[in-house]
Write a protein that binds this ligand. Structure first.
Ligand SMILES: Cc1ncc(COP(=O)(O)O)c(C=O)c1O
Ligand SMILES: [Zn+2]
Length: 366
C-alpha cells in the first residue's frame, strides 16, 4: 500500500489523508508499493504519465494533464566537453514545475478539494494555477513583490487569485504558512505529491539514455524540489532493479543565497540565518528551504556535492546558451555555470546531465 511517511519520526499516514506535513512538524515523503512494468511502456504516450504505476493517483479519471513531459535531451559542449541538457523549459507553462503540478493537482482532484493555496517565486504559481484551471479548482497564489510582470500576467490569465506579498521569497512563505491553516496547501516544497511529479525527471532521463543512468546530474537548488524528485526517482529505479547504480547528484546554489551549501560545508544540522542578497537567479533565492536536511542527505548518499556560482558566472552561462538559440531564464543558467565549476574541480568521468528548468520568455527584461 502507498503511504505518507514522515522523514523525521517515521510515522506513516494513509495516502488519502488531507495533510502535507507530519504532526511532529517533519516533512512527508511517499512510499510507493508498485513497480514499473517495463514491457508495457512501448505502447504508451511519450509523456510523464507513461510511468503510471509509480505515480500515486488511484483513478485515471482524476488525472489532470496536458500530455506533458518526455522533454528532449540535447548535447551541448561546455568547455569542450559534451554535456547532456534536458529541455525542461519546454513544458506547457514554461518550466519543470509542471512535472509536480500535474501529479499534485491530480491528487487534489482525487481528494475532492475545491480550493488551494500556493506560494512561489513565480513558476510554481504559474504551474499550479494552470492545472487548477484545467481541473476547475480555485487557486490562490502568493508571490514576492519582485516577481516579473510576465509571471504575474500568466498566473492571472489562468484565473488564479494573485496576492503580491510586500517582501521577499521567505516573507511570502511565512504569510502562506499562516493561510495554510485554513486553505489546503498545494505547496511545491511541503506537499509530497509534488515530488512524486518531479521524480519523473529521473525516469525519463534513464529511459532516454537506454535504461542507463548518467554518472552525474547537475541541478539548480532553491527549495530542492527537482533534486529531491530526481533522487526519489533514481532511488526507486535502483530499488526496482531497473538501474544498478545511483548517479551523483550535484546541487548548485547562487553565491548570493546559499543556505544548503553552508549547512553541508560547515556540517550544520540547523538552518543558518543568512541574508539573501539580490540575484538574477530569482527562482533559487530561497533563504530557508524546509527540506534542506533531505537535500543534504540525498547529495551525501549519492557521493555528490553542492557548489555555488557567482552572478558573473550565471550571466556568462546565460549569454553562452542564449547565443546558441536556446532562450532560458537566468535561474536556468545556474546549471551551465554549475557544470563549468563541476568540470573544474576535476575527477569528472562519464556522462554528465543537467537541465534548463525555465523559459526566458517570462523572466525580467534584460
Ligand atoms: C526556473 C527555475 N529553476 C529552478 C528552480 C529551483 O527549484 P527548487 O526551488 O525546487 O530547487 C526554480 C524554482 O522556482 C525555477 O523557477
Ligand atoms: Zn513526524
Amino acid at each position: 500500500m502507498d503511504a505518507l511517511v514522515c522523514s523525521s519520526c517515521g510515522k506513516n499516514y494513509g495516502i488519502d489523508q488531507l495533510i502535507w506535513q507530519c504532526n511532529c512538524g517533519g516533512m512527508l515523503d511517499i512510499s510507493i508499493s508498485s513497480k514499473l512494468p517495463l514491457k508495457r511502456l512501448k505502447h504508451r504516450n511519450q509523456g510523464l504519465w507513461r510511468y503510471r504505476e509509480v505515480i500515486p493517483v488511484k483513478d485515471d479519471e482524476n488525472i489532470v494533464s496536458f500530455n506533458e513531459g518526455f522533454t528532449p535531451v540535447v548535447e551541448i559542449k561546455i568547455d569542450s566537453k559534451p554535456i547532456l541538457f534536458k529541455m525542461d523549459f519546454l513544458f506547457p507553462t514554461g518550466s519543470f514545475k509542471d512535472r509536480g503540478a500535474t501529479v499534485l493537482v491530480s491528487k487534489i482532484k482525487e481528494l475532492k478539494i475545491k480550493k488551494v493555496l500556493i506560494d512561489s517565486s513565480g513558476n510554481a504559481g504559474c504551474a499550479i494555477s494552470a492545472y487548477c484551471a484545467k481541473a476547475g479548482i480555485e487557486c490562490l497564489v502568493l508571490v514576492p513583490e519582485n516577481t516579473s510582470e510576465e509571471k504575474l500576467n500568466q498566473i492571472k490569465s489562468y484565473g488564479a487569485k494573485l496576492y503580491i506579498v510586500e517582501g521577499d521569497r521567505d516573507e511570502t512563505a511565512r504569510v502562506a504558512l499562516k493561510l495554510a491553516e485554513k486553505i489546503y496547501y498545494a505547496s511545491h516544497y511541503y506537499n509530497p505529491f509534488f515530488l512524486q511529479g518531479t521524480k519523473t525527471f529521473a525516469y525519463e532521463v534513464t529511459e532516454q539514455l537506454g535504461w542507463e543512468p548518467p554518472d552525474a546530474v547537475v541541478l539548480p537548488v532553491g527549495n530542492g524540489t527537482l533534486l529531491l524528485g530526481a533522487y526519489t526517482g533514481f532511488k526507486e529505479l535502483f530499488e526496482q532493479g531497473l538501474i544498478h547504480r545511483m548517479p551523483k547528484l550535484i546541487g548548485i546554489q547562487s553565491e548570493q543565497c546559499a543556505p544548503i551549501f553552508k549547512m553541508l560545508k560547515y556540517n550544520f544540522n540547523l538552518m543558518p540565518n543568512i541574508t539573501v542578497k539580490p540575484t538574477i537567479a530569482e527562482g533559487i533565492a530561497v533563504g530557508r528551504p524546509p527540506r534542506a536536511n533531505q537535500v543534504i542527505k540525498a547529495i551525501k548518499r549519492t557521493n555528490g556535492t553542492i557548489l555555488t556560482v557567482s552572478e558573473k558566472e550565471i550571466k556568462e552561462g546565460l549569454d553562452y546558451i542564449c547565443k546558441m538559440g536556446i532562450y532560458i531564464e537566468p535561474t536556468s543558467a545556474v546549471s551551465v555555470a554549475g557544470v563549468k565549476k563541476y568540470l573544474k574541480i576535476g575527477k569528472v568521468k562519464g556522462t554528465i546531465l543537467s537541465t534548463f528548468t525555465g523559459t526566458g520568455l517570462k523572466s525580467h527584461k534584460r
